[in-house]
Design a protein around this ligand. Structure first.
Ligand SMILES: NC(=O)c1ccc[n+]([C@@H]2O[C@H](COP(=O)([O-])OP(=O)(O)OC[C@H]3O[C@@H](n4cnc5c(N)ncnc54)[C@H](O)[C@@H]3O)[C@@H](O)[C@H]2O)c1
Length: 434
């Protein structure tokens, strides 16, 4: 295969190059800063400029040296608003692309270094594949893929082209989650044994259906046609690095169980009596619970919950042989360290002490996690190094969508999780934010 290369080879290749230049250290290249010389402009194109795309544009434009030269959206209102964001930041009006397949033209521009994709889910993989094939650093919103075929298409394209691609799982970069990662790496929690994570976010009235009319938005069709963990990556973002998944351990099997579908019909009866969507049959159950068993004998519970009325919640817990962190309680318990036997102690002092060095990059959306992530992306593109989150991690997180659907359809049968690293998880070394 032409130019066959994967992320680890890419890092190794560039580490050798850096050693040749007399630059200290090997892993990871994201530590390679741009302190020497003038700051090189990093030129982005944006595909999909709805709510998320424009939020990311606003954030990334506040990073020094970032330019946006092209934007693409089929909605003329969204396109115009995106162009205005760029001119409001004092830059030239970016060229607008508005056709359904115009993203293919945008990625071909030879004045772009990178593309950011924030379109509806079924467009993520085709757009990301087009970006990689055009040789652009490609960053795609979550989930990176909707089907298992798409998961493999992303991996195959990445390996065949040697082009960097990353799923923008921003919760991986949340400052508190990064501090927990540092604590784990310092050995405070012992050997990891179990994690719990959830995406509990009532999005029924703005993502799946229009808030004012109750009519379908692009997300509605997924609830009609599928029963799965529709949005499975925010939960797993930090867990993947906490548990060394894809670098020392790997998902082995999973089972998924869904409740029946209740909340969507009740929502319509309550909010829009008589609306035809209220009597429609939805395949999607209210809550999907997936249990993963890893090859090294650990377990992870992944909860999906996006249609019931409720406050936002991630319920991250990570447990090891020496202690436990609980995000909901904002607390830890460390055996032999915590002052009171079997009693929680507050996490904030630990957050302060074990802050990740990326914490200085906190700004923008999602409690600063978006800023931490975007800063690392810009540095990687500028320095032509690996993107901060491996595509193998992004694809694995995304695969829980289609895999959960298969398990649910088979009565919660245990099914195998594909090894997207093709065995490299055994020798890969931890890299995330190092
Ligand atoms: N990481 C996060 O925290 C986060 C938060 C919100 C949304 N998202 C993700 O971002 C993506 C977009 O979500 P959103 O809330 O912005 O939705 P949105 O509906 O506001 O925006 C999607 C945009 O894509 C455009 N689009 C549709 N087809 C297109 C095409 N062929 N070419 C170009 N543009 C096209 C639409 O016109 C729309 O403007 C989703 O995948 C979602 O999962 C991630």
């Amino acid at each position: 295969m032409k130019n066959k290369i994967n992320r680890r080879d890419f890092i190794r290749k560039n580490s050798t190059m850096m050693a040749g230049l007399g630059i200290a250290g090997t892993l990871p290249l994201i530590a390679f800063t741009d302190k020497s010389g003038p700051l090189k402009a990093v030129r982005f194109g944006f595909i999909g400029t709805g709510g998320r795309g424009r939020g990311l544009m606003n954030n990334i434009l506040s990073i020094e040296g970032v330019e946006i030269l092209a934007v693409c959206d089929i909605d003329p209102v969204a396109l115009k608003a995106a162009q205005k964001i760029v001119t409001d930041h004092g830059q030239a009006k970016p060229e607008g692309y508005s056709g359904v397949t115009d993203y293919e033209k945008l990625v071909q521009r030879d004045d772009l270094d990178a593309v950011i994709i924030a379109s509806p889910w079924d467009l993520h993989t085709p757009m990301a594949v087009a970006g990689m094939k055009a040789g652009k650093y490609t960053c795609v919103e979550v989930p990176a893929a909707y089907s298992l075929d798409e998961c493999w298409e992303l991996i195959d394209t990445h390996e065949e082209t040697g082009v960097e691609c990353m799923m923008m799982e921003n919760w991986s970069f949340r400052p508190d989650n990064l501090a927990v990662l540092n604590m784990i790496r310092e050995g405070l929690l012992g050997t990891m044994t179990h994690a719990h994570c959830a995406y509990s976010h009532d999005c029924i009235d703005h993502w799946y259906f229009d808030r004012a009319t109750g009519n379908d938005r692009w997300g509605a069709k997924y609830l009609i046609e599928h029963n799965r963990a529709q949005y499975p990556t925010h939960q797993q973002g930090p867990v993947i690095s906490w548990m060394d998944i894809n670098c020392g351990d790997a998902y082995d099997t999973l089972t998924s169980t869904a409740t029946d579908s209740f909340s969507i019909n009740e929502y319509f009866k309550r909010k829009f009596p008589g609306h035809p969507n209220g009597d429609r049959k939805y395949k999607q159950g209210d809550i999907v619970t997936t249990v993963v068993k890893t090859k090294m004998g650990k377990t992870i519970v992944i909860n999906f919950d996006m249609q019931s009325p409720r406050p936002y919640d991630n319920r991250w817990t990570i447990q090891g042989t020496k202690g436990i962190y609980n995000e909901q309680r904002d607390a830890v318990y460390l055996t032999g360290v915590s002052p009171q036997y079997h009693s929680w102690e507050p996490f904030p002092p630990y957050h302060e002490k074990y802050q990740n060095r990326f914490a200085k990059d906190i700004f923008g959306g999602h409690g600063g996690a978006d800023g931490v992530m975007l800063n690392q992306i810009v540095k990687a593109v500028r320095n032509k190094t690996a993107l901060p989150l491996s595509l193998y991690d992004g694809v694995l997180m995304s695969s829980i969508g289609p895999l959960s659907e298969i398990s649910i359809a088979k009565g919660s049968k245990s099914i195998e999780v594909p090894d997207f690293t093709r065995g490299k998880w055994k020798t890969n070394k931890p890299y995330f934010t190092l």
